[in-house]
Design a protein around this ligand. Structure first.
Ligand code: ADP
Length: 397
């Protein structure tokens, strides 16, 4: 069964075609700069060289046509015809309170997605456009929506209600939703497998540390707390996002700097985080290089980042009562021994001990805790596309 996984952004469309019989990626790629000068598709078949085709791509429908052409092309394609695609799995950022699981897309689901635009004005519209484009191009292929928020719909009320007047929850659904759910769920499932446990017996703290970063407390296999909230701005300091700040800073800045709300929003989302603190880069590789050379603000940004991770892990350990594993994933979590070490060396109170030599690697699945560590510490590379494909198969089979 071949499943096409689609992740549509405002000007990009990422895809993977996965043969679910052996969970093998047949091809993956990205269409970039949709509707902008310089649009192109980068297509990586599993059995031949990566190709790049540059040509004007006006909209997502054209982008999707190029994807279908690429995967069925006689030279660099991987399947003979579109009919071989059994189903399409779409990543959707915000499911609001409507979706606690993945669903087969029908008209009712489309209505709910449209209702939730208000909650994710930047992310949901391109997701919806991607679904519409697919419907036009492959009208008879079943489609599934997999939500970033769904895994966190199990949060208890006290963890999702903000301490603001309750009427705003009732009127506008202002509450904590959490994101990266597909990734947290994937690494939790994988961690249970590695530890030879049932998922329903697993208590873990999963740390998705990428450009965007979030931490989740998983109790008996379900999410009970997570660091992102109403939007993906809450929680940890990130590449360019501030994470938690005193909300009073917002009106203060608006006054002092004569900024509009949009200006401040832009600062908090795009110019803050480790980029804002260091003044150098949002990329941890650059920060690690500069810190090594003695740059104080690069070092400060790394310390601040790691410290927030430590605080969340410690708080979540208390919420969980028992922690079987702390798991690192995503760009930084998988690839930065330094950040993992900076975090773990401050978790002594939980009895966490890692082996520095074993920790000195990137991008693989590995246990980095010592035998006498009270909590297992693992690195598990995330695979959101595979998780989306699995959920799609589950629903359409
Ligand atoms: P996203 O999907 O949120 O864009 P990723 O999970 O791909 O982000 O993470 C990207 C980030 O991972 C980069 O910005 C970079 O900071 C970090 N990263 C990648 N490789 C390394 C590395 N070798 N060392 C440190 N950080 C790394």
């Amino acid at each position: 069964m071949d499943i096409l996984v689609i992740n549509c952004g405002s000007s990009s469309l990422k895809y993977q075609l996965i043969d679910m019989n052996g969970e093998n990626v047949l091809a993956k790629g990205i269409v970039e700069r949709i509707g902008i000068d310089g649009s192109r598709i980068k297509h990586e078949p599993h059995n031949s060289e990566k190709i790049v085709i540059e040509e004007p791509i006006k909209n997502h429908k054209e982008a999707l046509k190029m994807v279908v052409d690429a995967i069925t092309n006689s030279e660099y394609g991987v399947i003979e015809s579109m009919d071989q695609i059994s189903a399409v799995g779409h990543r959707v950022v915000h499911g609001g309170e409507d979706f606690s699981k993945s669903v087969i897309i029908d008209d009712k689901v489309m209505d709910a997605l449209n209702r939730n635009i208000e909650l994710a004005p930047l992310h949901n519209p391109p997701n919806i456009i991607g679904i519409e484009a697919c419907k036009e191009i492959m009208p008879n292929v079943p489609m599934v929506a997999v939500f970033d928020t769904a895994f966190h719909q199990t949060l208890p009320e006290e963890n999702y209600i903000y301490a603001i007047p309750y009427e705003y929850y009732e009127k506008y659904k202002i509450r904590r939703y959490g994101f990266h759910g597909t990734s947290h769920k994937y690494v939790a499932i994988r961690t249970a497998e590695i530890l030879n446990k049932q998922l329903s017996d697993l208590n873990a703290i999963t740390c998705h540390l990428g450009n965007g970063a979030s931490i989740t407390a998983i109790k008996s296999g379900i999410s009970i707390d997570t660091s992102m909230g109403f939007t993906p701005l809450e929680g940890l300091a990130m590449g360019t996002r501030s994470g938690n700040i005193d909300p009073a800073i917002i009106p203060f800045l608006m006054k002092k700097e004569n900024m509009s709300f949009d200006d401040v929003n832009d600062v908090l989302n795009k110019k803050s985080g480790v980029l804002g603190v260091s003044g150098i880069s949002s990329d941890f590789r650059d920060l690690e290089d500069e810190a090594e050379k003695g740059n104080k603000r690069a070092k400060l940004a790394l310390n601040l980042f790691a410290n927030r991770v430590v605080k969340y892990i410690s708080a979540y350990a208390s919420e969980l009562g028992r922690v079987d594993a702390i798991v690192f994933t995503a760009g930084v979590g998988e690839n930065s021994p330094l950040i993992r070490e900076m975090v773990c060396e401050n978790l002594g109170i939980l009895g966490v001990k890692i082996d520095k030599n074993v920790n000195d690697f990137k991008g693989k699945e590995r246990m980095i805790s010592t035998d006498d560590s009270k909590v297992k510490v693992l690195v598990v590379p995330t695979n959101e596309e595979l998780m989306i494909a699995r959920e799609t198969v589950e629903l359409v089979k």
